[in-house]
Write a protein that binds this ligand. Sequence first.
Ligand code: NDP
Length: 263
Amino acid sequence: MSTASNTATGTTTSTTTNAALKGKVAFIHGGSRGIGAATARRLARDGAAVAIGYASSAIAAEALAEEIIATGGKAIAIKADATDAAALTRAIDGVAERFGRLDILVNSAGVLAVAPLDQFTLEDFDRTVAVNVRSVFVASQAAAKHMGDGGRIINIGSTNGQRMPFAGGAVYAMSKSALIGLVKGMARDLGPRGITVNNVAPGPVDTDMNPENTEFGASLHDLMALRRHGKADEIAAMVAYLAGPEAAFVTGADLLIDGGFAA
Ligand code: NDP
């Protein structure tokens, strides 16, 4: 693939298509916005048929599917609320049935609640665990049934699984460090079948969850070697690498892509 890039801003523009994922089918949970949407676009550009899972952003998910189809790709939008295990499993089974196979699962659905320990509600604790951890387990269990040799499970973890340098983020950090343990164990379970399981662990990325242009966003730059937010496309590029054939020997890993946040 040939690309033009600006290293100062992290902007990357693809000029040709890499069909490394031609014939593959991917389900992107939380594909309607942010990192998941960038991943859906990228995997589609690399040749995969993509199913865009969403909970509430139906319009954005449908629009993204139409955009991908308009550029010659294959895409569908499918409702799959992370907090409903049966519905999530049904959605994944439906994707495998519709496309005849499932090769790649990307777990990008996530929520961030920040509050001091004495004000953090049990409701937010339970929601964080349900979306950020439990749904990753449920989706992986459902997807693995359909995967063969070369299958890929890729979670969007966080650099906060390794470093939490501000107050109020304890539960979010816990949810992302839980994924580090989960991928290590699942990599052992699925390795004999030729399926790899990894986390991509971003630092601050400019999305609805963590906009760069805010006081909080700017304060994060002081903690980083590269004093800027990442772009969703930069994270999608690492997901695309893990999804592709060149990453066949990478499994059980928590791969930082954080502008030196944890350095
Ligand atoms: P956004 O807020 O931009 O997007 C969140 C995505 O998750 C949406 O597609 C949303 O779908 C989906 N989602 C939320 N709740 C549910 C649910 N109950 N069921 C299904 N889908 C759900 O966030 P980002 O793109 O920034 O975050 C993506 C992942 O990356 C998350 O796991 C996050 O923790 C992680 N991350 C983000 C960083 C950042 O700085 N932005 C840094 C490190 C990690 P819908 O709108 O349809 O509800």
